[in-house]
Write a protein that binds this ligand. Structure first.
Ligand SMILES: Cc1cc2nc3c(=O)[nH]c(=O)nc-3n(C[C@H](O)[C@H](O)[C@H](O)COP(=O)(O)O)c2cc1C
Length: 353
């Protein structure tokens, strides 16, 4: 059974999740490696999303995931969009480059295997005092060889300009560090928010300013910037050049942005929430392609940037492909919800990861 109940609200899952009654497996011992300067038991982790709070972090740490990303927080409270927040997609409708709408599967029943799905949460956040205290709890729940990443996003205010947004990212980096983050990740791409913070990665100048400002406020913490899909190398190169030298690495790729409709052709998440983030099995070839192109560009231009891969990992073949492509770490967004024992199996067969 999935650890996140998609038929319940985000608040229900925040208060009651994860749905995991154990028993906890024995996690295989693995040789130490480094990830962005930290000693880790593996370079396998969970991307920003599933780990809603410290209880979720603790559960997945005990399940052997070693890079644990605390779901994106803001400098102020933000309510979640109402249910539905997560729908499975009809596997009969191809996810291709055409941008044609995708169709939510009618039943909502958990599909067999690893599905392609779509989420629309709007990046909710608790008040800083609440999440900062909870980040401290999450940090103390980690074992040896595990690291805590805290994902943050600036909140554009009506009437405010880019300078205020940059300041908000800088403030958040300092808050995450103070709370106990070992790495801070800025989410510059959220395919399902309807406001400007969802597409920052498409603006290299603004991405560069955010990178510089976060560098100045994060002390010595490694910084990651998470971006969405880049269709061409011109945009990808402009982004990488703008942030290199300021941040430690880039996280690629935060799913694809698509319109998702129900069987009747109406927006699956309701009016005003037409665009949503597509993730899971179907996005893997798109994300791998961007990771490969990013690593090639970074090597060619000798940029000082690590690449953390995300997107469509279901098991060892996708993890292997990302490491072969040159990823410094591989994180999973949705597979660990269906398959909480995934890290244990990956470590059994590939202790070197
Ligand atoms: C329930 C859920 C919530 C998510 N929320 C966030 C978020 O707050 N911030 C973020 O950067 N990405 C978020 N994501 C995106 C994931 O980090 C990841 O990029 C995406 O799921 C693709 O990985 P996958 O194909 O392995 O699922 C979320 C994903 C899921 C499944």
């Amino acid at each position: 059974m999935a650890t996140y109940r998609i038929d319940r609200s985000y608040d229900w899952n925040y208060e009651n999740g994860p749905v995991f009654d154990g028993p906890y497996p024995a996690v295989p011992a693995t040789p130490r490696k480094t990830f962005l300067g930290y000693e880790v038991a593996s370079r396998l982790g969970i991307a920003a999303g599933l780990l809603l709070n410290s209880r979720w972090v603790e559960t997945y740490a005990r399940l052997g995931f070693d890079i644990l990303t605390y779901k994106t927080v803001r400098s102020r409270h933000r309510a979640c969009y109402p249910v539905p927040n997560w729908v499975y997609l009809d596997p009969g409708v191809p996810l291709d480059g055409s941008g044609a709408p995708l169709v939510a599967s009618g039943s909502g029943a958990e599909p067999p295997g690893f599905p392609t799905s779509s989420v629309s949460f709007g990046m909710p956040s608790k008040e800083p005092a609440e999440w900062m205290a909870d980040v401290a709890r999450a940090r103390s729940a980690l074992g040896d060889g595990q690291v805590l990443v805290v994902s943050v996003v600036g909140t554009p205010e009506p009437g405010a300009g880019p300078a205020e947004l940059v300041d908000d990212f800088a403030r958040l980096a300092a808050m995450a560090r103070e709370a106990g983050a070992q790495i801070v990740e800025a989410n510059l791409s959220c395919p399902n928010v309807t406001s400007a913070e969802g597409q920052i990665f498409q603006d290299p100048a603004l991405s560069g300013e955010i990178a510089r400002a976060m560098r100045a406020s994060a002390g010595t913490l490694p910084i990651l910037l998470k971006a969405g899909y880049f269709a061409d190398d011109a945009a990808l190169g402009a982004y990488l050049r703008a942030v290199a030298g300021h941040v430690t690495g880039v996280t690629l790729v935060n799913g694809l942005s698509r319109r998702v409709v129900d069987a009747a052709g109406k927006p699956a998440f309701g009016p005003g929430r037409e665009g949503s983030g597509v993730l899971g099995a179907g996005v893997f070839p798109f994300c791998l392609d961007v990771v490969r192109r990013a690593v090639a560009l970074i090597e060619r231009e000798k940029l000082d940037l690590a690449v953390v891969a995300v997107g469509g990992v279901a098991g060892p073949s996708e993890v292997g492909a990302y490491f072969s492509a040159g990823a410094a770490g591989v994180t999973m967004g949705s597979a660990p919800m269906f398959d909480p024992l995934l890290a244990v199996r990956l470590k059994e067969t590939n202790p070197g990861w």
